[in-house]
Design a protein. Sequence first.
Length: 202
Amino acid sequence: MINPIFVALDTPDHARALALAAAVRGSVGGVKLGLEYFVANGPSGVAEIAALGLPVFRVKGVEADDVIATLTTQAVQAGQRVQISTGDKDMCQLVSDSVLWVNSMSQETLDIEGVKRKHGVAPDRITDYLALMGDSVDNIPGVEKCGPKTAVKWLSEFGSMEGVIENADKITGKIGEYLRIAIPKLPLSKALATVKTDCELP
């Protein structure tokens, strides 16, 4: 049986730290699980979490969000419900009937409908949404000047990033020009926005 709580951290060669709590929310032993805890407490926070008896996953060469995605997939396949505690909107792509996204700062909780209300697209379109907008933190190129409203409008009209590409000639104005310029890089953008759910873990 998968442990009810685990923490995934980036190795030193990655910049971000993420945490995931399955089947619980809030804190454990008075320790809040989430990005801000590790940012505030640094390496000592890792030791304190480990002291609580929680598994801490650090896999060399694998980003924490990919560890989380893989363990989440395994938990769901085992019939468990999962709550992901993070400030990273990328992880909304994992939300399903069995998975909730919990903002580690505000404790805002999103299910499938919550993701739609907040971002304007369903969880299975989050990667398309991020690919079109781009994200400088994650080095996702995206389409210049394409913000959330434009990405949602295009996806509502054309269904997917691929649909947007197929209909790029129908999009007028400067933003249409930016889209057509970005097309060669959009598949890469989507790949970068997609978390891996099948990583080899120790």
